[in-house]
Design a protein around this ligand. Structure first.
Ligand code: GRF
Length: 204
């Protein structure tokens, strides 16, 4: 890597009830203030509630955290302000279930990514989250599934796909065994996608 390039500054937006395992995978791949020549760093974790389980994980990882209530009408502008203050280039949604407010989409000039536990455009859209995705994959008789990292738009799971990883669906899979296999894949895919983006970004 060009050592004069600055690191891509990443914020992770976790879910209200999110475990935060993707946030953890990103933070372990790109820890803040690390001296290595990694191309990115997780500079901020945003949670929509002080009760979000992912917050505790973030604090243990010594990450900067911020709680912004996404049920407030000014959530979009508060998020934009927080990201600007932390000079964030990329916002990674990780378990965040709601649509991102339009005012934020219009003002934020960085990239916004999401990770989804299926091979989009299959098994995406409203209501397609958690175990429902894997139940649908099994019901459709798919022999292969996986995860997708995609750009975020004003609609659920519709932005351009940046990276996908696949895994087999086994004959004796349950939604739970499939969810676990795909989640492991997600923890590889998200850091790889951020790395890809960092290579495309002008970081001078
Ligand atoms: C993941 O399955 C992700 O694909 C989906 O929400 C889940 C978040 O899990 N968008 P975690 O909170 O990162 O463990």
């Amino acid at each position: 890597m060009d050592s004069s390039a600055r690191k891509l500054r990443v914020a992770v937006l976790v879910g209200r009830r999110g475990r935060g395992s993707n946030m953890e995978a990103l933070a372990k791949a790109f820890p803040p203030n690390a001296s290595s020549d990694q191309p990115a760093e997780v500079a901020l974790v945003v949670a929509p509630s002080a009760e979000s389980p992912a917050l505790e994980k973030a604090r243990l990882l010594e990450l900067e955290t911020k709680v912004l209530d996404d049920r407030q009408p000014d959530f979009g502008s508060s998020l934009a302000k927080a990201l600007e203050e932390s000079q964030i280039d990329v916002l990674c949604l990780a378990g965040y279930m709601r649509l991102i407010p339009e005012d934020f989409l219009q003002t934020f000039t960085g990239a916004i990514l999401n990770i989804h536990p299926s091979l989009l455009p299959k098994f995406g859209g409203k209501g397609m989250y958690g175990v429902a995705v894997h139940e649908a994959v099994l019901a459709a008789g798919e022999t292969e599934t996986g995860c997708s990292v995609h750009f975020v738009t004003e609609r659920y799971d519709e932005g351009a796909v940046l990276l996908q990883k696949t895994c087999p669906v086994l004959a004796d899979d349950t939604p739970e065994t499939l969810a676990a296999r795909v989640l492991n894949l997600e923890h590889e895919a998200y850091p790889e996608a951020v790395q890809l983006l960092a290579l495309r970004f002008d970081r001078h």
